[in-house]
Design a protein. Sequence first.
Lengths: 211, 551
Amino acid sequence: MSLSPKIIELRKILAERYPQQTTHSLCTPTGWSPLDSLLGGGLPKGAITQLLIPNISSGGAIVLHEIIEAMHDASQYVALIDGKDCFEPVADHPLLLWIRCNNTVQALKATDLILRDGNLPLTILDFKQNSDRELRKIPGPTWYRFQRITEENKTSLLTITRHPIVSSAHLTISMTHQLYIDDLSSQRREIIKFVSLEIVRLRTQLEYRYA
Amino acid sequence: MLKIETHCFAVIYIPFYSLQCAQQKCALQSCSPNSMSSNQLSLDVIETAVYGTAHQNIIDDTSFDIPAALLASDGLHVIELNPAAERAGIHPGVSTSQAIARASDLVLYPRTLSNEQHLQNTLLQLVYRYSPFIENSAPGICTLDLKGKRTRKHQLWLRELLAQLRSVGLKAQAGIGPNPEIALQAAKIADPILEILQDSHLLQSLPLESLAPSLFLLDIMKSWGVRNLGALTRLPREEIGQRLGLEGLSLWDRAAGRSTNVLQLVQPPETFEESIDFEQRLETLEPLLFILRRFLETLSLRIESVYLLIAELHLTLILENGEKIVRILQIPAPTRDVDTLFGIAAQYLETLQTPAPVTSFHLEVIPSRPSGHQFDLFQGGLKDPNRFFQTLARLAALVGNERVGIPQKIDTHRPDSLRMLMPEFDWSRSRIKKKRHPKTGPGLRRYRPGVVADVQLNAEGKPTLIQSSVISGKILEARGPWKLSGNWWDLTRWEAKEWDIALDDRGLYRIAQRTTSANERRRTSANEGADNDRSHSLTFQDQWEVVGVYD
């Protein structure tokens, strides 16, 4: 059945007026423009995105704050599952659900609950401060289970780790930057200009299906 | 163009009402899994309770084939019977022993006045959905004035109403007639619905007794050979008036379907509650969940009849030792969905540990109107706030109540002073305050609690070397100190000198030299779950610690 010309016209008007919103059906815009432009609109819906931040003091927390604030500006809830209870809120975020876990086991259980709930469009699982020893103990099937849940609920899961551990991630992005002590008194927007992002792995749909 | 309908009445009649109320209560108690001996049967019932796979009726048709009688409060004689007991030769007023002698399989029930009142209220609430003009005519009888009702397909809504009553545990009959008396007579002989029209043959064939005339009038009529309503209405009305006066005229009018009685209209009570006293004390959760689901089904039905939603659940458990546990559960998004309500209440009950078995359970629901939301075109709210509420409860059980929620800074200079708030479920964009804060410097990842460190200072008092369990090495650059202090007026005084340092591992860290009183240390360590400091002396101690890493 062909669409009514009025509907097509209305879609065009909406796409022109709200260019970011029209990509909503495929991805969850984070609001942080470097990441969104790299990913073509935002984090893919129904998939896991892995953000690798291998170095100490490389601006990972800045990215986290940018995403949370951007989601707040877009009036969207976001869940932050803090694997080591290390997040430091800089402002009141009425739409941030912060789950302060002590270890990876708690964090994975909390992630499972949040993903199954399916109410929140974006879940961030922050394992940056968890030890490699802890992370190595995470069973591989856990990530595939999370992938299936996100796929079913059409939500996005962003994991932040130092090394690649999420075997079922649709996208793996690496972030490299080095903070210096002078940056402590700089504006955040000045610092973030120098953060470089790179897609290190993008799984094809076929590869993703057979995973 | 609207068609003008004939004014008519409906009566909902519950035969042997007191007996049915007693049977309903006993059925509810006996169908709880606690009273079952077979494990398999219990599991089936639990499955039904928990997953709601089948909507069970408390009563079934076979229960009416078994002779049953209601005992008077003294327990010595029978006051009400079902048709099966009447067929067995029992009649009201016989002694208990005589009744048992006439029907060995007779089931005797004690009278439950409170349950009768409760079910009468339920009847009124359910009936009110179909007409605002209702009369509480008698126990088990409710009359509806159907004026203004546009449909003539009364069978449809009456069947729906009778099905609702059946799910509550009451088998009812319905009659429709041109006046309340005839509607009542129709209800009494209905199976289960009977409509008597103004000019119908059935109306004319009804006996005179159906209008309950006085004995004097009845005798005169019988002496004239008038035995049914048809015979009466064939007589001229004026002649009846001249001979029998106003009473005769009234009888004629009622026989002709001209209503003269005015209904005493009532409003159904606005309390929605169910309660049960268990014959056997409950020691496990499953029977309670079974009863809970049953109650929620009934209450949801009652709430639906007044077009409202359930906003709160008030659960009351009375224990064997007399203790009373009361819990109010707020429903984030008011609903009538039994599965959702059951999930919320069951989640609480699953975590509840009682010191003694449960002997009584009471559930009250607070109704509310649907909350109005007007989202804008691209605004994303919570898809299912009730499910989110349950998820939050599970998260709180996993990590602790104080470790899940929305962070809010406490109005103090003390670092890392936060409180966790429950998310607002009636969320809308207008309520979200968008505050702009200066975005200076990188974010900090805190070590909670701070990691104790040994710090070496140079002659100027600047840190030059640090050693701790998380970081160690030479400090390349240090900025500070940033002095913070508070609570100097009491024993919880605290003071900190914070430094930002760059280590030779290329990491940027915040370290602090804290001065705290013994009391404050004790409070902090208690918060952090460490062993309490037993010292009560007013002493102050300096301690270096790694606060966090800049990232």
